[in-house]
Design a protein around this ligand. Structure first.
Ligand code: OOG
Ligand code: NI
Length: 326
C-alpha cells in the first residue's frame, strides 16, 4: 500500500477530532470572557440581533508576562499545535511590550457558523518585557510566576477555566504594578484570560459592516468607546475612536474595559479592569479592487496588525480610559 495514502487519511481523521477539541477550548475561553464582561456580552447580543447577524471573530487576544517561560510561547503552543502559523512580531518600546500574531489554518471548516463556530480567528499574543521594569515590579512578577510552579505549562487550560495559575496578590502589589505598567497590573489579576475578541465588521451583512456605522450604533446604545480623548482629538470627534493603519486599509476601534471586584489575598476587595471588545474592518487590497462583492474573500483583504493601531487599543484597559467621563 502507499504510505502517503495511509498517513494522509490518518491526519485527516486526526484533524477532524482535534478541530472540535480546539473549538471547545476556544468556547470555554469565550464563556469565561462573556461571564466576566457584561459589555462585551451585550454588544455581541446587540450586533447579532440586527438582522440575525452571524458574527465572525477577526482575532482573539491574550496578554502574558515575558519571564521564566510565562511569555507568548506558553499560550502560543496550543495554537501552533492546532495548525496556526506564526506571523510578524510587533514592538511597543514605550509600553515595554512585544507581540506576535498567528494566522489560522485555512483547512478550518464551518464557514457558516458564528463566533467560535465560524471561521477560525487570528490570534494576537503579547508579552511584557519584564527585564525592563523596575527592580520592585520585577520582584512582584517573579514572586508570583515562581509560586505558580509549572503553571506556564497549563496556560491554555487556565484561560479556558478562568483561573490564575498563581496565587492572588496583595492589593498593594497590584497598585505598585499599576503605577508603573497598567499592562502588568492587568496581567497579574487576569492572567491568561481572554483579553478581547474582535468582531470582523466587514463580514457583517447590515450597514454595521462599515466600522463608522457600527461605532455610532454602539455609542447610541450607551457604550463607551476607547479614545484618546485629548484636546486635539476634539477637532476630529467623528473618527477619534477609530485607528487607521498608514496604508488606510485596517480600521480598528474598541470599548473601554469592564471592571470587576477582585478579592486580593489580604482580604481587600477592589475593582480591577477586565476585558473589552474590539471591532476591525479590513478593506480590500488595491490589487483586488476589481473583484465583485461576491468574489471577495478574507484573503483579498488587508491582513495582519499595525503597531500604531495596537498601541492605542492597549489603552482600553487603562485607568485613564476607565475613569473618563463620556
Ligand atoms: C492588545 C492590543 C492590541 C490589536 O488588535 O492591535 C490589539 C491588548 O490590549 O492586549 O488588540
Ligand atoms: Ni485586538
Amino acid at each position: 500500500f502507499s504510505s502517503t495514502a495511509v498517513s494522509s487519511s490518518k491526519s485527516d481523521s486526526q484533524s477532524q477530532g482535534s478541530e472540535s477539541f480546539f473549538r471547545d477550548t476556544l468556547r470555554s475561553m469565550e464563556t469565561v470572557y462573556l461571564n466576566r464582561n457584561p459589555t462585551a456580552k451585550s454588544i455581541l447580543e446587540l450586533v447579532s440581533s440586527v438582522d440575525d447577524e452571524q458574527i465572525c471573530y477577526d482575532h482573539l487576544a491574550f496578554r502574558t508576562f515575558g519571564v521564566n517561560g510565562y511569555g507568548i510561547n506558553s499560550l502560543a503552543s496550543l495554537f501552533l499545535d492546532y495548525g496556526y502559523t506564526q506571523k510578524e512580531e510587533l514592538r511597543f518600546p514605550a509600553k515595554k511590550l512585544k507581540a506576535l500574531w498567528f494566522s489560522p489554518p485555512n483547512s478550518s471548516s464551518q464557514d457558516g457558523g458564528s463566533g467560535v463556530n465560524g471561521p477560525l480567528p487570528r490570534v494576537f499574543i503579547s508579552e511584557l518585557l519584564v527585564d525592563q521594569l523596575s527592580p520592585r515590579a520585577q520582584e512582584i512578577i517573579r514572586k508570583y510566576t515562581k509560586k505558580s510552579g509549572s503553571g506556564n505549562k497549563y496556560a491554555a487550560l487556565a484561560s479556558a477555566l478562568g483561573s490564575l495559575t498563581w496565587e492572588k496578590p496583595l492589593y498593594s502589589e497590584f497598585q505598585q504594578l499599576a503605577g508603573e505598567s497598567e499592562y502588568s497590573a492587568w496581567t497579574l489579576v487576569n492572567g491568561y484570560a481572554l483579553n478581547h475578541v474582535t468582531i470582523s465588521t466587514h463580514r457583517l451583512k447590515s450597514n454595521l459592516r462599515n466600522i463608522k456605522n457600527l461605532n455610532e450604533f454602539i455609542k447610541k446604545n450607551g457604550f463607551k468607546l476607547n479614545s484618546d480623548g485629548g484636546v486635539l482629538k476634539e477637532f476630529n470627534a467623528s473618527t477619534s475612536s477609530i485607528s487607521v493603519s498608514p496604508d488606510g486599509l485596517l480600521l480598528q476601534s474598541s470599548t473601554v474595559a469592564d471592571s470587576m471586584p477582585f478579592s486580593f489575598s489580604d482580604g481587600l476587595v477592589e475593582s480591577v479592569p477586565c476585558s473589552y471588545i474590539e471591532f476591525a474592518e479590513r478593506l480590500v487590497l488595491p490589487q483586488y479592487k476589481n473583484l465583485s462583492e461576491s468574489e471577495i474573500k478574507e484573503s483579498h483583504r488587508r491582513d495582519g496588525f499595525e503597531v500604531g493601531n495596537a498601541d492605542k487599543i492597549f489603552e482600553s484597559t487603562s485607568k485613564e480610559q476607565l475613569t473618563r467621563r463620556a
